[in-house]
Design a protein around this ligand. Structure first.
Ligand code: DHB
Ligand code: FE
Length: 324
């Protein structure tokens, strides 16, 4: 087919009407963005001769993604989360903020309001029969190497089946989710279990999209972090455990070389006793370096609707206003 109508005056005028650019009310930025988005898609339909069947099956797929709340899963799979990270890295580089632990994607599975502890927390509820004991520890420092006492370290990860509490209703509330404040030496420690990798559910709409691209939906075993402290830039990151088949083949593109950490098996009786573990365990050490900043907006995580985020946050997000 050779029909190309995108550049005709009728289509260009039509795009103005579709995006409300010929109307007084509404939001100017929304109009500009919708104009660009719809124009790009119209052009794509023209250029690729998208058929009616293809178009309506795409609408159907979008409905399936939405009804199963899977856009938050598809987003990292299609690289949007990592692209936003690349932009933030470039913004930091331009402002000469460098040297801290690299950021990487948050993912869709954070839940606010996890139990808080000082220095040490046990994160698992002891119910995971296949859970291999993990001792997770590290020190938070500034980029000059000074320990940061009282830093807020939020950690969340999957169980031995790759499931996250809250989303996986078989797990207890806040299982494998804790907030730990660093001690006077900037150290945090958690006793938990080694997580398994995560896979996009087989047959789910996200899986359908990935399969059509010849891709898989697997993530390596990983542990999520938010780290913050007054006077320092908020850090969203994750560690990927070394040796997982997907460590360097992550469908969500979250792996960064500096964030690959080994889990070392420890069997010595004195080490087991010192940590009051029940037997051999794996030790994972992750030290964090935070950039210094006076800018208060850089000291908090960006706003985003999150499960159980406090009500004031949700209300101000919906109203499009900042929390005061
Ligand atoms: C997804 C799951 C994760 O655990 C994660 O960290 C990132 C993305 C996902 O399902 O898309
Ligand atoms: Fe995750």
């Amino acid at each position: 087919m050779t029909v190309k109508i995108f550049d005709t005056p009728e289509v260009q005028d039509f795009l103005e009407a579709v995006s409300g650019l010929d109307q007084q009310g509404g939001n100017e930025r929304a109009k500009r963005i919708v104009h660009r988005l719809v124009a790009d898609l119209f052009k794509l339909i023209d250029d690729f001769d998208v058929t009616e069947e293809e178009y309506w099956s795409a609408v159907n797929l979008l409905n399936a993604l939405g009804s199963q709340t899977q856009f938050g899963l598809l987003s990292p799979g299609l690289g949007f989360d990592h692209f936003l990270d690349m932009r933030q890295d470039a913004i930091d580089a331009e402002a000469r903020r460098s040297g801290g632990t690299p950021r990487t994607i948050e993912g869709p599975l954070y839940v606010a309001g996890a139990p808080e502890a000082e220095g040490f927390a046990r994160m698992d509820d002891g119910q995971d029969q296949n859970g291999e004991a993990m001792w997770l520890t590290g020190q938070v420092r500034d980029v000059d190497g000074n320990p940061v006492a009282g830093a807020k370290v939020e950690i969340w990860h999957a169980n031995s089946k790759g499931g996250y509490s809250f989303f996986d209703k078989t797990q207890s509330e806040y299982n494998l989710r804790r907030t730990i404040y660093t001690d006077s030496e900037g150290r945090y420690t958690a006793r938990s279990i080694i997580p398994s990798g995560y896979g996009v559910p087989e047959g789910a709409p996200t899986d359908v999209v990935l399969k059509s691209l010849g891709r898989h939906g697997e993530r390596p075993a990983h542990i999520h972090y938010f780290v913050s402290a007054p006077g320092h830039q908020h850090l969203t990151t994750q560690i990927n455990l070394a040796g997982d088949p997907y460590t360097f083949d992550d469908f969500a593109f979250a792996t960064r070389e500096e964030l690959v950490v080994p889990a070392n098996r420890i069997e010595a009786a004195d080490e087991i006793a010192k940590r009051e573990m029940d037997g051999p365990f794996c030790e994972v050490v992750f030290d964090v370096a935070l950039s210094t900043t006076d800018a208060t907006e850089l000291q908090v995580r960006h706003k985003r609707p999150r499960a159980k985020e406090d009500e004031q946050d949700q209300a101000s997000q919906q109203a499009g206003t900042a929390k005061v």
